[in-house]
Design a protein around this ligand. Structure first.
Ligand SMILES: [Zn+2]
Length: 463
């Protein structure tokens, strides 16, 4: 016999953007086993202490978990799944198919970094190739809007989050109430993705708060600026380097360039996508283009591949990558990592930063301490792969890109359920950001809201 209560424990993704990990279990009477459902199992990211936290044992028994539901394929939501499996989890993993496909690419790619980091510290890697293979074998798909009955009296349905391809808001039903995990919520409208769906029937909500205390600047003239930078590169017969995050930002960029080239606003020049990870991810986007918004669907009717255009070349192998050097100027190189802390972009920066005819264009956030940030902050001399490089190239930034809703739009998202919401738990943000959003939800919507502590549990009445 089950009670009409569930317990939620916040094991990660509180007081921090990263490490999302929430446990949901029904309250049952003695002798019975509760059903245990995890939402997300993300990596802690950032400094050395985050690195160490990933190695700590989970604060529950992975073997006891029945089900793991994944909101989306960013590392801070999926990065510890292979460790969970390594530590005994043998339940079922559910997500959208696009999230599954992206997770496979992302987890395979992460193996290199995981083993590099372990070697550097002379410790065992967090997980291995076998753990990733085992993880993928436990994974099943659920389409958006399909209600899946789970054990223990739970059911679950996924809604479009509009954050990255395949991203989902997870809505559980238990008893007579709904509990909603937002995952990360997209900054709709997006050039490719469908808008975040309105959720108007949440009784409880666990919401992200990456930008809980800030509003985005107006969407500026990003496309015009990109076009101008490209045209200036052509005029100077130079090289344009764009460090770009492999997932989502790169595909957005390709979509825009595709448009500019095919409409004749930009001439055909060689444009290289020089990142195996970004190429693999772009192929996942091609496979799931039915998920794109109406605008992108219209383009697809006229152009079957909106990520490819005259002059565009994907350089997967190291040889192809090296051949970029021999291509005549002007040319554009899009490569990862997005903050120039790893990946092939560093080789291009080492090669080309000392020429005033070249340009380095930032299209994403550069964290303090990364090579990208050091150059963005105006360093004139940097060390790259053992070489001293004089930064003579022009350095430009296109800002305003964000994959997260800002404070105002997070409150708006909550407002649709305000009439029936009993409690909002604000998570997945820095403490200050979460607390600010808590206050806003209370003040503007009159809804009870708190920012839970790490490992805190709450009992929710679902009757
Ligand atoms: Zn995310």
């Amino acid at each position: 016999m089950t009670d009409q209560q569930i317990q939620v424990t916040f094991y990660g993704g509180v007081g921090s953007v990263t490490g999302a990990n929430f446990l949901l279990e029904n309250v049952v009477h003695a002798q019975e086993e509760s059903t245990k459902i995890l939402v997300d199992c993300g990596m802690f990211q950032g400094d050395e202490s985050a690195f160490e936290k990933n190695y700590e044992p989970f604060h529950y028994h992975p073997a006891d978990i029945d089900i793991l539901i994944i909101t989306h394929a960013h590392a801070d939501h999926i990065g510890r799944i292979p460790k969970l499996v390594r530590d005994g989890f043998r339940g079922v993993i559910y997500s959208t198919e696009a999230t599954h496909d992206l997770a496979k690419v992302m987890l395979d790619d992460s193996l290199q970094i995981i083993s590099y980091e372990a070697k550097k510290r002379n410790i065992d890697p967090l997980y291995t190739l076998d753990d990733v293979a085992e993880t993928m074998s436990l994974w099943k798909h659920i389409p958006y809007h399909h209600t899946l009955e789970l054990s223990g009296g739970f059911s679950v349905v996924l809604h479009e989050a509009g954050h990255i391809l395949g991203s989902a808001i997870v809505k559980f039903r238990y008893g007579n109430k709904n509990i909603v995990f937002t995952g990360d919520l997209g900054n709709s409208p997006d050039p490719l993705l469908s808008d975040t769906e309105v959720i108007d029937d949440a009784d409880y909500m666990i919401i992200e708060s990456v930008y809980g205390d800030r509003n985005h600047e107006e969407r500026d003239e990003r496309i015009t600026k990109l076009k101008n930078v490209v045209l200036e590169t052509i005029a100077k017969q130079g090289i344009l380097m764009i460090p770009s995050f492999a997932l989502e930002r790169t595909q957005n960029l390709l979509f825009v360039l595709n448009d500019l080239v095919e409409s004749g606003e930009l001439p055909n020049i060689p444009i290289f996508l020089d990142s195996p990870l970004a190429i693999d991810i772009t192929n996942v986007f091609r496979k799931h283009q039915h998920l794109f918004n109406a605008d992108a669907q219209q383009r697809l009717k006229k152009d079957s591949d909106i990520f490819s255009f005259p002059g565009f070349k994907e350089t997967y192998s190291v040889n192809d990558s090296k051949a970029i050097m021999r291509a005549p100027n002007p040319k554009i190189i899009i490569s990862s990592a997005g903050m120039s802390h790893a990946g092939r972009i560093i080789h291009h920066e080492k090669q080309y930063l000392d020429d005033p005819n070249n340009t380095l264009l930032f299209v994403g956030y550069q964290a303090v301490g990364t090579l990208g940030r050091i150059i963005q902050d105006g360093a004139k001399k940097v060390h790259i792969l053992g070489k001293e490089v004089h930064v003579k190239a022009r350095v430009e930034t296109i800002s305003g890109y964000s994959a997260h809703k800002d404070s105002e739009h997070l409150v708006e998202f909550v407002s649709h359920s305000a009439k029936r919401l009993q409690h909002v738990f604000v998570a997945m943000g820095e403490t200050q950001s979460s607390l600010f959003l808590v206050q806003r939800i209370r003040d503007y919507l009159g809804v009870k809201a708190t920012a839970p502590d790490v490992d805190a549990s709450v009992m929710l009445d679902m009757s």
